[in-house]
Design a protein around this ligand. Structure first.
Ligand SMILES: [Zn+2]
Length: 117
């Protein structure tokens, strides 16, 4: 191995920020800053060239699991407890396949995460 190769290998041990590219309106793709190969979200090392990858900038824009947080405040009846879809003002009755069932627009039915003050 030549000195330049060793140097290149050493440099790759330092995390380098991945390159973010918008693939479509709601899809981002990421590539290695050293060799430009596509990398999957969250990979800590480039499979092509071994570059250690950093996701700091991207993680600071998004929360865990690639999701950001949104908060919504609304009123619930005083006897409402989280998970009680019948009393939840944002639930709706699905007229489709599960007819008669209360559906959660936040898709939290069965695992309600509402916080009641
Ligand atoms: Zn690479």
């Amino acid at each position: 191995m030549q000195n330049n190769d060793i140097r290149a290998q050493l440099i790759k041990q330092f995390p380098a920020e991945v390159v973010e590219t918008r693939a479509s309106i709601n899809e981002m793709c990421y590539s290695c800053p050293t060799c430009n190969r596509m990398v999957s979200k969250g990979m800590d090392q480039c499979g092509g060239c071994g570059q250690i990858l950093s996701w700091k900038n991207i993680n600071s824009q998004e929360g865990a699991g690639g999701k950001r947080k949104a908060e919504l405040h609304f009123e619930v009846p005083s006897d409402f407890v989280p998970g009680d879809c019948r009393k939840c003002p944002i639930s709706y009755i699905d007229s489709g396949t599960n007819s008669g069932m209360y559906e959660c627009p936040l898709r939290m039915r069965g695992s309600c995460e509402l916080i009641v003050e």
